[in-house]
Design a protein around this ligand. Structure first.
Ligand code: FDA
Length: 319
């Protein structure tokens, strides 16, 4: 119930207007968000690099409602690629298609994605298409496939959510074309007729899809690139230790090298687990969000873990 309310609040414009300019909320969100500027995010990327951890940058923003803003968001992503290239910073970028116009005009979104991918290919920067709520799943997959097949396959990947019933079939279809996949549980509240209502089923499906991805990685001999910029085919994106242990065990059983998969986590969450995996020799990539549009991202993090909400509220009371 609380989770439902928070997910509703993450999408409510009135709540965003109320919270986004509130200094206290901004300071609390700083646990999950690298800062408001690209400079802030680059500093986090460089610190993580020192610890042997790779990154994917996310310039926060979603559900853009005008063509001008969609074009502007795409241009900003191109500017990130330029900066990474100019300064020799090794990092991927995560992009939400609703940020570059999917909801306003799918043709414009396609044009924007192609512009981003052109630049990404020139500079060898990897782009991951985040997955949003289920109203956008099919459109996101269709556009991903279309652009992937225009010669960008090595530099573009997609996200699949184990919470959706359709995901096993989607993964089989994507793997048939050797697509790179980040597997996560899914951050959105979805209706029961399309998504598992029980967490244990989401977890079981996560493990099942993990096996499909790791088998494919073994078959292809897929590996993370030497400097870490380009991920291998499977990215296991979770802070759930049981899912991580399952993936490690299955990889060992089938004889998949540690560099044939990577673990991904969000900035500020389970740093102990991030470090332990690096020490064991697994590639680890951290999702580093930054920007002024931190509100929906922050509230989704509160929804995932009630303890975060209590932390927020208790700090508020103590002020
Ligand atoms: P679960 O929620 O079961 O949590 C397991 C444990 O992890 C908890 O017990 C706690 O210890 C820790 N934990 C999890 N969330 C926490 C939080 N917010 N604060 C503190 N501790 C926490 N989703 C999506 O729909 N589309 C996408 O594109 C992406 N992209 C993405 C990229 C990356 C790199 C990651 C790690 C995650 C995503 N997600 C996502 C989010 C994902 O779907 C999911 O909501 C979160 O990862 C939380 O689920 P867990 O797998 O961590 O498991």
């Amino acid at each position: 119930m609380l989770k439902l309310l928070l997910i509703y609040l993450s999408q409510a414009q009135w709540a965003r207007n109320l919270i986004q300019n509130w200094g206290f909320a901004k300071r609390t969100a700083a646990r999950f968000v690298a800062g408001e500027t690209l400079d802030d995010a680059v500093a986090v990327v460089q610190d993580l690099r020192q610890e042997g951890i790779c990154t994917t940058l996310d310039h926060l923003g979603e559900h853009v409602t005008s063509p001008e803003n969609a074009r502007k968001a795409a241009e900003e992503i191109i500017q990130i690629i330029n900066r990474l290239s100019r300064e020799g910073i090794c990092s991927g970028i995560s992009v939400k298609l609703s940020q570059i116009g999917l909801v306003v005009d799918p043709d414009l979104c396609e044009e924007n994605l192609r512009r981003i991918m052109n630049r990404a290919l020139q500079e060898k920067v990897y782009i991951r298409i985040d997955m949003e709520d289920s109203t956008l799943t099919q459109m996101t997959l269709d556009l991903f496939r279309k652009v992937r097949d225009e010669g960008y396959a090595e530099y573009i990947g997609i996200v699949i959510q184990s919470s959706l019933y359709r995901s096993v079939q989607d993964v089989k279809d994507l793997l048939a074309n050797d697509s790179k996949i980040r597997l996560c549980k899914g951050a959105y509240k979805e209706p029961r007729d399309i998504a598992f209502p029980r967490k244990s089923d989401v977890d079981e499906n996560f493990d099942l899809i993990t096996c499909l991805m790791l088998d494919k990685s073994l078959e292809l001999g897929s590996q993370v690139s030497q400097e870490g910029g380009i991920p291998p085919l499977p990215a296991i994106a979770t802070h759930d230790q049981k899912r991580v242990e399952f993936a490690c065990k299955y990889a060992q059983e089938i004889g998949l090298d540690k560099t044939g998969l990577e673990f991904q986590m969000l900035h500020g969450i389970r740093e102990d687990l991030q470090t332990a995996l690096v020490q064991e020799g697994y590639p680890v990539r951290i999702y580093v969000p930054y920007g002024q549009e931190w509100y929906p991202y922050f509230v989704r993090r509160l929804a995932e873990r009630p303890a975060n909400l209590w932390f927020f509220l208790s700090n508020l009371i103590r002020r």
